[in-house]
Design a protein around this ligand. Structure first.
Ligand SMILES: [Zn+2]
Length: 904
């Protein structure tokens, strides 16, 4: 069954009301509806056979024409469409809502599922599940309904990924690395590994890769599968003399279909590494802590999920053999050794075909063995471990006793934090998952959990609160080692849309991770104290020795997520600054700060201090600020700023104006000054009113880089700055070059257009001429391609800009913008749209891989499916601009050097 007839059938049936009857085979249905058109042919009655993959679909005996019956059937069609588009898809599932009566009913219902979203206010839960799951909910006495909108989104997402995969077109995400088809923001396993390699090459002093063992597939065939990797980020030069620095260990995407976690942690790694030496917070975190990020914790499974399959487990089809190849494998997050299978089936499954199959033995899988060996080392049955990244700070036996918390609390001075990043459900979870008893460190785990959940606004709770789990990563790390261990369930979908991932998920979770990193020294203590949000030297980032520096810090002790129980908020009793010391260093000297409002007495305070720099050595100094809570005197999570000190005669100033070449208009630009020899780097923005800037810097030979939107970057590789003097450099910025431009007012010569593309003057919302598909036919794949190959030799930093109106059938008919560097032989996709009847302007940076190409072709590719038409896709004002040396040479033929502009 191909996808096209099924989708057409699906949509037609949805509008007309289908009927189904069971055949003699209990897992087979004949579904019929009509009359109507499919693939252009008039049909009186259409029918197809719906086969259940995993046994019979149980259609309850609703009366014909009842809403529930129609709902079930519509969902069945959606499932069938998914079958047809992704032939080994696990998408026998849809989005289901259920109303529960009380907490006991919620717990009973939730126990049947992973990834339950709970709306406690309206007593509703939402799950993605199949017919069996719906029966389970009903058997617990819940009212069940299908969320058609969410179900359609789920199936569209799967279909979109599948279409992208089948097209063979490479999509690039914002990282510049190839992304998962249909979800370009998520790096593939190879893209993630490439990023790790690139980070090591670019920053060998702070990044290395630990190979931690082969994936299951690689154990079967050394030429296949993956060597699993941990990305290690720390100051490697000082690591050997400071082996006990606090560790942050994170696993991500151990459940393969959870796209977002691996990318989130890759972004966090990039924040740490790229901020090192530039951002004071990132720098002290890397200098004094040790990050171990297993970005792809289940690479074999992830590779399957990248094909648009909702794959969760590893791919071990020996231990995890199952009659259907779609359900083989072991749930690695039920295969961890501590208290493995302790809940007698409540927290994991013994059925090899189940999503939560725990494996035949604890730690039976190579992935589990690699991860436990790396983090905990070798552990005996008494739960004593040695040789791993974390020290063992807690008793607790491997096998344990059901319902018991088994062992003592880890001491308050335990260092480090463990994360296992999953999606989805909007949760921050901590141990225990296998019993409702609070963990021995439960109060402290809860305090930090509520801090973390303040940042991402997820619900903080003990993992067992909704349903039991056993053999999990976090219970094993906390249970065996005593390290605080958290599972995040990010946002709302396995295959989360890139727009929501980029716009919301990344920043709020990186903020939570930064807070956790600043707490690594004492995660059981610091979160009970105030958080230092920011420290500011008020522009005094470089001062002459002896010049006093005013330091300001913002502190807040109230940042707890209070949506699930109440954490005590203590007023801030004081704040201290520390110069070149960590607050917890032996013999550290606190400098008391003042409350800006006169008294430390509330949960939000601004603290300030005037620090004398007399006697400070020349060079960079770190000022760290830590708040103290009332009543408990507990110190909180610190933050830092830099103050650089030099002799007055050593400080120089670079100043001038940045204007546009030609008309001399002031330009909003950023001027970055760097000294390659010393690593000093400082930047300043121009005043938009007159383009003026001034930047202090240590005397010496510096490089100056000026960047501004719409202009070529300007670089002065060597400017000699003299101490005590101001050196003037003005910049006349050269506009970027336009390599191709068509406003579609001068005819069609620039394009090769396949029908139905044509130039029209009547597209809604546009008074000029534009290319348009118009109201289109079914089953099209038609391109509008630039006729000439655009010569781009010597150009770089390409930007592809156009306006469009994408009034297509939402979720079924698409417009794509693509480029080719081989004359149209192969195409790379940089843009896709559907279902948007308004005009929008786009500026798309082409990936760095385009730099160095000799020629470029652009095209707009329209695709429609087997039914339903709309006014179509329209394109106007197409433009390709570029920078690079060829552009500079071209523009310099007209260049008049502005006064003061020169090359030193
Ligand atoms: Zn998961």
């Amino acid at each position: 069954m191909s996808s096209e007839p099924v989708q057409g059938f699906l949509k037609l049936c949805a509008s007309q009301g289908p009927q189904a009857r069971r055949t003699r085979n209990p897992s087979e249905y004949h579904v019929a509806c009509g009359p109507g058109r499919v693939n252009g042919q008039e049909q009186s009655v259409m029918q197809f056979t719906l086969l259940s993959m995993r046994g019979p679909l149980t259609f309850p005996p609703f009366a014909r024409g009842s809403p529930m019956r129609r709902a079930l059937l519509a969902s069945a069609f959606a499932i069938a469409a998914s079958f047809a588009t992704a032939d080994d898809s696990l998408s026998l599932e849809w989005a289901v809502d259920a109303h529960y009566a009380d907490a006991q009913a919620l717990a009973r219902a939730a126990a049947h599922f992973q990834h339950v979203r709970v709306d406690r206010k309206h007593q509703r839960l939402s799950v993605i599940t199949d017919a069996t799951g719906m029966d389970l909910l009903r058997s617990e006495g819940l009212e069940v309904s299908i969320d058609h909108v969410a179900s359609a989104q789920l199936h569209q997402a799967l279909a979109r990924a599948d279409a992208a995969r089948r097209s063979g077109v490479v999509e690039y995400g914002s990282s510049g690395c190839p992304g998962i088809p249909g979800y370009a923001c998520y790096r593939t396993v190879e893209g993630t590994y490439q990023t790790m390699d690139d980070l090591v090459v670019a920053h060998p002093g702070i990044v290395e890769i630990d190979a931690i063992g082969p994936s299951w597939k690689k154990t079967q065939n050394a030429s296949q599968g993956y060597e699993m990797r941990a990305l290690r980020i720390t100051n490697l030069a000082t690591a050997a003399t400071d082996p006990d620095r606090p560790k942050l260990v994170a696993f991500s995407s151990i459940h393969a279909r959870e796209y977002a976690p691996a990318e989130l942690m890759t972004r966090f790694a990039e924040w740490l590494v790229n901020g090192y030496g530039i951002d004071p917070e990132a720098t002290w975190l890397v200098d004094h802590n040790d990050f171990r990020l297993i970005l792809q914790a289940n690479p074999d499974g992830r590779k399957k999920a990248e094909d648009g399959i909702l794959w969760r487990k590893n791919i071990d089809n020996i231990d995890g053999a199952c009659g259907s190849s779609n359900f083989v494998g072991i749930d690695l997050n039920r295969n961890f050794p501590f208290h493995w299978n302790i809940t007698n089936g409540g927290g994991s499954s013994g059925d090899t075909c189940d999503e939560t199959y725990r494996g035949p033995l604890r730690q039976s899988e190579p992935e589990t063995e690699n991860l436990v060996g790396y983090v905990a080392g070798t552990c005996n049955d008494a739960g004593e471990c040695s040789g791993g990244v974390f020290a063992d700070r807690r008793s607790g036996s491997m096998a344990g006793t059901a319902g018991s918390d088994d062992g003592n609390a880890a001491p308050d001075d335990t260092r480090g934090i463990f994360f296992d990043m999953h999606s989805y459900s909007d949760l921050v979870l901590w141990s225990w998952g296998d019993t409702s008893t609070a963990a021995p460190n439960g109060t402290q785990l809860r305090t930090l959990g509520r801090r973390l959940a303040w940042f991402n606004d997820y619900t903080p709770q003990q993992a067992d609160e909704l349903y039991a789990t056993d053999g999990t990563t976090d219970d094993t790390i906390y249970g065996l080692l005593g390290v605080p261990a958290y599972t995040f369930e990010l946002d709302d979908e396995f295959f989360q849309q890139c727009a929501s991932f980029e716009n919301t998920t990344v920043q709020k979770n990186i903020d939570a991770l930064r807070y956790s990193a600043r707490s690594l020294h004492a995660p059981y203590r610091l979160p009970a104290g105030p958080d230092t949000l920011a420290v500011d030297a008020n522009g005094a980032d470089l001062v002459a020795t002896g010049t006093p520096v005013d330091i300001t810090a913002q502190l807040d002790s109230s940042r707890f997520n209070q949506s699930n129980g109440t954490e005590t908020v203590r007023p801030i009793a004081g704040a201290n600054a520390y110069v070149d010391q960590l607050p917890w260093d032996a013999g550290a000297t606190p400098i008391a700060m003042n409350a800006a409002d006169g008294a430390f007495n509330s949960s939000s305070e601004t603290a300030n201090a005037s620090l004398s720099t007399t006697g400070w050595s020349n060079g960079r100094h770190r000022v760290m600020v830590q708040g103290v809570a009332a009543t408990t005197a507990q110190a909180g999570t610190p933050n830092a700023v830099w103050v650089d000190v030099a002799g007055a005669g050593d400080i120089a100033t670079l100043g001038g104006h940045v204007t546009a070449q030609g008309n001399g208009a002031p330009v909003s630009a950023t001027v970055t000054v760097s000294n390659v020899g010393t690593g000093e780097i400082r930047s300043v923005d121009t005043n938009p009113a007159d383009g003026a800037y001034a930047r202090t810097m240590l005397a010496g030979s510096v490089a100056v880089h000026v960047s501004a939107q719409g202009f070529l970057d300007e670089d002065l590789p060597a400017v000699n700055l003299v101490g005590g003097q101001t050196t003037v450099r003005d910049f006349a910025m050269i506009p970027r070059c336009t390599l191709f431009e068509d406003d579609i007012e001068a005819g069609c010569a620039a394009w090769v257009a396949q029908s139905p593309w044509s130039i029209v003057g009547n597209v809604s919302g546009n008074t000029t001429q534009a290319w348009s598909t118009g109201t289109y036919a079914d089953n099209l794949q038609r391109s509008l391609t630039s006729s000439a190959t655009i010569s781009v030799t010597g150009y770089s930093d390409f930007e592809f800009a156009f306006d469009d109106r994408c009034d297509t059938e939402n979720g079924y008919d698409f417009g794509y913008a693509e480029f080719s560097t081989d004359g149209g032989g192969s195409w790379s996709r940089v843009y896709g749209c559907d279902g948007r009847p308004s005009w929008a302007s786009h500026r798309i940076e082409l990936p760095a891989a385009v730099n160095g190409a000799s020629g470029l072709k652009l095209r707009f590719l329209f695709t429609s499916d087997s039914s339903v038409s709309r006014p179509g896709w329209a394109i106007d004002n197409v433009r390709l601009t570029a920078g690079g040396e060829a552009c500079r040479a071209q523009q310099q033929s007209d260049l008049i050097f502005a006064d003061g502009f020169d090359f030193d």
